[in-house]
Design a protein around this ligand. Structure first.
Ligand SMILES: O=C(O)c1cc(C(=O)O)oc(=O)c1
Length: 304
């Protein structure tokens, strides 16, 4: 099947640099995606964007180039609840990838078991309105109750302004809850202002809540961009991510977000994104928790 990319679509960076930051042994890129390829794994009819292709082989090549040992592949919304591309990538990874799926309430117990066997360890609930249509809360709670006995968790993606309205739903979830991209704070607001304080309270009061401290390239308003060797990129995001890493060192994850869906301004050099890590996790101890110990506990607990 032929697909035409959304107008203005930015393709992933074709020649990322080698990071200067040496990742700890066993580091996990805990948030990345595969897109298609569309000819093999068609994009979902209900999608809100049509991306460029980004195959499993290209993801594994990036993993090796950057120095990661493993990936967590998160179902992208352009594939809806058709998890075949993500599952195919997990199965082809020789145990080096685990997955997060999107499922509907109609999924059977056998299908859940099959996803588990392929390496899936979580489901993603998305509340970002430009990405998905609304799913009733009772459907999501039903799914959460069904995946809890499998030892899975729920990944949630939402905008900071929506946290008050979503609070009661999130805090009722019976599993570990992993927030994508720090709940997308508005970094023009103060790091100790009411909006981000609410997010910190969400994590402080609920020990089952984890956060990915990822996507500075999405959140930054003033840059500088991770391009042309920039070693001090996205400075306006650093205080937010660093606060979360230092406050909750056992409950943070990091990922590239490759192939970076829906960026409008620029496509970052993934090597320079890795060089962002020591700015938000300044000690070797914090780096090992963020990149190795925490993702291993959540996705490969049998090895811990
Ligand atoms: O902000 C986004 O556009 C975005 C989209 C998706 C997806 O379409 O799944 O995933 C992400 O992690 C981020």
């Amino acid at each position: 099947m032929q697909f035409e990319k959304t107008p203005g679509w930015l393709d992933w960076h074709a020649g990322p640099s080698k990071p200067r930051f040496q990742l700890p042994a066993g580091a996990v890129d805990a948030h990345c995606h595969v897109f298609g390829p569309g000819a093999e794994f068609p994009y979902a009819p209900e999608r809100k964007y049509t991306p460029c292709d980004a195959s499993k082989a290209q993801l594994f090549a990036l993993r090796d180039h950057l120095g990661f040992a493993r990936n967590v592949i998160v179902q992208a919304t352009c594939h809806g609840a058709d998890n075949r591309a993500m599952v195919d990538a997990c199965k082809a990874s020789n145990g080096k990838a685990r997955g997060v799926a999107t499922v509907r309430r109609s999924i059977s117990d056998q299908e859940l078991q099959d996803l588990h066997a392929a390496g899936v360890r979580g489901v993603r609930f998305n509340f970002v309105k430009r990405l998905v249509d609304f799913t009733p809360r009772d459907e999501l709670l039903e799914i959460a109750a069904r995946i809890a006995p499998l030892g899975w968790h729920v990944v949630i993606y939402f905008e900071a302004a929506d946290l008050p309205e979503l609070w009661d739903f999130f805090t009722a979830l019976p599993t570990p809850v992993v927030v994508d991209h720090m709940g997308r704070p508005d970094v023009a607001k103060p790091v100790d202002g009411p909006e981000f304080e609410l997010f910190v309270k969400f994590m402080r009061d609920h020990p089952n809540v984890w956060s990915k401290v990822s996507c500075p390239e999405r959140l930054s308003l003033t840059g500088p961009k991770a391009l042309d060797g920039e070693q001090d990129a996205y400075r306006d995001v650093v205080p937010f991510a660093r606060r979360i890493v230092e406050s909750f060192p056992e409950r943070v994850l990091w990922g590239t977000d490759w192939p970076h869906p829906n960026l409008k301004d620029h496509m970052p050099d993934d090597g320079l994104l890795v060089d962002f890590i020591p700015h938000i996790a300044p000690t070797a101890e914090l780096q090992k928790k963020l990149l190795v110990d925490n993702p291993m506990r959540l996705y490969w607990p049998e090895e811990c």
